[in-house]
Design a protein around this ligand. Sequence first.
Ligand code: FES
Ligand code: MG
Length: 571
Amino acid sequence: MSPLRSTAWYAGEDRNAYIHRAWMRRGLPDSAFEGRPQIVIANTASDLTPCNSHLDEVAEHVKRGVWEAGGVPHNLPVVSLGETQVRPTAMLWRNMAAMATEEMLRANPVDGVVLLGGCDKTIPALLMAAASVDLPAVVVPGGPMLTGTFRGAPLGCGTDVWRLSEEVRAGTLSERAFMESESSMIRSRGHCNTMGTASTMALLAEALGATVPGTAGIPAPDSRLLARAHDTGKLIVDMVAQDRRPSQIFTTGSFHNAIVALAAIGGSTNAVVHLLAIAGRLGVPLTLDDFDRIAAEVPLLVDLQPAGRYLMEDLYRAGGLAAVLREVADLLDPDAVTVTGKPLVGTLGEAQIWDHEVIRARDKALRPSAGIAVLYGNLAPKGAIIKPAAASPHLLRHRGRALVFDSIEDFHARIDAPDLDVDADTVLVLRGCGPRGYPGMPEVSNMPLPAKLLAQGVRDMVRVCDGRMSGTAYGTVVLHVAPEAAAGGPLDRVRTGDWITLDVEGRRIDVDVPQDELDARPPSPAMRAALAAPRRGWERLYVDTVMGADTGADQDFLVGASGDKVPRESH
Ligand code: FES
Ligand code: MG
């Protein structure tokens, strides 16, 4: 076994080793510095990330496992992002959180790392960091919250906020009842319990091979999560001994497995930008088209909100991710290994479906082909995505006139105007919401429908946007249009009244304007005026260097890995 990375800090009798050890002692025994793996717990616990606020308790159980296996655990609070709190969007700081975590892991005497995340951006950021520093790493997802109920019916986080608020706007639910539901929404610790981005990324972390098998999806208050945290602490010490690193685990085959899982669970569209960004850190050649290609033969097996009925607690009760993956085991890469060093497919043997309504057997699939459709056309030369399972079947092939909004403020100011020229066939277009434009590619693409159409009973319309949509949302929404309008994409030159054709089966999104005419149109001054123009700080760096959604919206200078080597001493 090669010497531990941390011995470069702690071994020896020179002045520097003295300093490194002396300041760290504080009750640690001498043996802590005598060749024992130094395990860091990259912990996104924060009171301002309510979905992750219980992770300090999870960290304590990781520590027990680390001690038991002979390692020395250290808690490292890292940048945390609370999806519901952070403005203008948590996505603006995903790459910063990843960069800060990567740098702190590299700078410190760390041999291995346990990644504690939960809320939407936290697991992606941690995986990006781990990929770029390439130290042995394993994820403990914080787990979903328990199912809340309101007036006798389950409440799905996020999804039911959208649904109930549209009921209020349609006049079918009172404001008072809406306010009453607020205190029932969040029943316990944990992240959103729908198949939103947090649940999706936790399950995909497991499908990628980044967790102790069977950990993702355990509800946050379930004591089995703490037991798995303990196991994870033991495992990371072993991973250090085996020198098992992200670059060996997260291969093309692992991403293949994650995409199969994404389709079978009916996961969030946000997984596309996150998986692309993680792959970019590893040099794995993943493209937008891989999502469409791999998912084409994967059936939708999980009936969870927002597209379906149940919630994460039900999924775990019904057999969890392993039961889902076992149904599609033949579609998985047989060689892709997990943090245990064994293939993912080898961990599925005992899995069973205990509730066939929540998890469907392959021959009773909810849809024969799930996944995310990747669209191209003169409106999206570099691609756009749509989640057909969350869309209305009658709108998957649609032609309608564009109604264009130049910013989210423009949208809010006009959408409910009684004289707005709009009907159920209109295609709502919102631009300036990409990574560079907003900035940060917020979840605004699932635009609320015009009040007057809601009142007429309209519940879905075709919408097109260069932003993202919440993983808890639904509707016929064309997302992540690339290039974004702020980067000169053709979305910038669409005008109200243009005909737009959506053809999901044909994988097309086009505006019916001759190409030379479209190219010759000037950019929209109203959109330009609304774009972000930060002068300093992270926002400035972000806008100057962020890449498009089609490659994962990472910063151009963060693609790839720096590794764990730090050549110089600090004193
Ligand atoms: Fe944190 Fe949904 S807001 S997971
Ligand atoms: Mg979300």
